[in-house]
Design a binder for this molecule. Structure first.
Ligand code: IMP
Ligand code: MG
Length: 383
């Protein structure tokens, strides 16, 4: 039995696509349990690049890939995505869709484009589709498509039962979250949030996985923050700031779904720690620290009068051999109380360090805030 959940700890776009693809190699079944085509997971490996919106990244290993209730489906987006995935070797018999998934209709999409301006939504019909679900007037994909005798029919499956059996049979299940903690309908920066749940509980309520079955929660965060769309952003930098421009350019901070430029800001450790605690994160995955090479980085650690206080770091190379980078990683671990197990060192899936596997004794991990010496072995947090 083993269930891993991957959750974004900021406002989405933390690099979940890449991390999910990395972790999928060691899992047998992939599950999407929230969001819809508003998500855009960019995955690059070897010469390949794909942006997925609905299907979990296990599809790229041609493993069973499940969409559970809680995922909102746009048929056009799904069809196109399946076409691209099949070119990369995904066989459609490995796609499993719950008939209870809500269907995004054309009318929901046009309503969203009309009413989503204040929030600056992705225009994918998420809000109106969820509103209809809650009003009990929504359209469920199973009913809608079986009436049309559609080809998708063959892929329908009671996913809750399927996942339960997979866990019982010792399969390793990877639940790939979409969006991020601060876009959660209830716990995010309301009303500037998405219309579904992006936090840990959605794994239980949507995918039907009992909480005791979840073994690992991998929280993904970037070495800085971005936000696409409107809403509060305490550590935001001005658009005109040269550093923000460099980060946007080097980090290719353009929305994967909508092409909108993302707003840029510094890493906020107070928000990060809250997201870690809330979601019961057991290990962290740090992404895009290479983008900040040679940029005097700032990290917010306090906000006495609502204004962030910063510590600065300047690393030459985002490698644990670099002393300044190491002290940054250490500080994050001390502050959040959770080990930074994965470090992404570039956009490709291959460019990932797993400190538990790759160099388990060399690095420092210290949540007590005592020693920062190099001799302390990396170890997992215990809860
Ligand atoms: P909606 O999800 O399209 O309703 O958009 C609501 C807010 O969430 C907007 O600010 C979007 O930009 C943001 N959002 C939704 N999905 C994502 C995502 O996958 N990454 C980043 N931002 C997102
Ligand atoms: Mg994205």
């Amino acid at each position: 039995m083993s269930v891993t959940v991957l959750i974004g700890l900021q406002w989405g776009d933390e690099g979940k696509g890449k991390m999910s693809h990395y972790l999928a190699a060691d899992h047998d079944v992939g599950v999407r349990f929230n969001g819809g085509p508003n998500a855009g997971h960019t995955i690059r490996f070897g010469e390949n690049k794909i942006v997925t919106h609905l299907v979990p990244s296990t599809a790229l290993y041609n493993k069973p890939s499940v969409l559970t209730p809680g995922v909102l489906i746009d048929r056009g987006v799904l069809t196109e995505e399946l076409f691209h995935l099949s070119e990369l070797g995904f066989s459609k018999s490995n796609l499993l869709i719950d008939p209870s998934c809500a269907l995004i209709t054309e009318s929901f999409k046009s309503q969203d484009i009309g009413s989503g301006k204040k929030i600056d939504t992705t225009g994918r019909g998420i809000g109106p589709t969820m509103a209809a679900q809650i009003n009990r007037t929504g359209v469920r994909i199973g009913e809608a498509l079986s009436m049309n005798n559609n080809a998708l029919d063959g892929w329908f499956c009671r996913t809750v039962q399927y996942i339960r059996n997979a866990i019982r049979d010792g399969k390793r299940v990877l639940c790939e979250g979409a969006q991020g903690h601060y876009l959660d309908l209830w716990h995010g920066t309301y009303p500037f949030v998405t219309s579904s749940m992006c936090t840990i509980g959605a794994v239980c309520t949507n995918a039907g996985i009992p909480p005791q079955k979840i073994d690992r929660v991998v929280g993904v965060f970037k070495a800085y923050c971005t936000r696409v769309g409107n809403g509060p952003f305490l550590t935001e930098m001005s658009n005109f700031d040269d550093k923000a421009k460099r980060i946007a350019e080097r980090g290719k901070e353009i929305g994967a779904t909508t092409g909108r430029p993302r707003r840029i800001g510094w890493l906020d450790l107070i928000d990060l720690r809250e997201a870690v605690r809330f979601n019961g994160v057991t290990e962290l995955a740090l992404t895009k620290s290479d983008v900040l090479e040679d940029i005097l980085t700032r990290v917010a650690f306090d906000r006495p009068n609502g204004k962030p206080h910063y510590l600065s770091y300047l690393w030459r190379k985002a490698s644990l051999e670099d002393r300044d980078f190491r002290s940054f990683v250490n500080y994050v671990e001390e502050f959040t109380g959770v080990p930074v197990r994965y470090i992404s060192t570039g956009p490709l899936t291959e460019e990932t360090l797993d400190r538990e596997k790759d160099n388990g004794t060399e690095t420092i991990y210290n949540t007590e805030g005592k020693s920062r010496c190099n001799s302390q072995p990396y170890r997992r947090a215990s809860f």
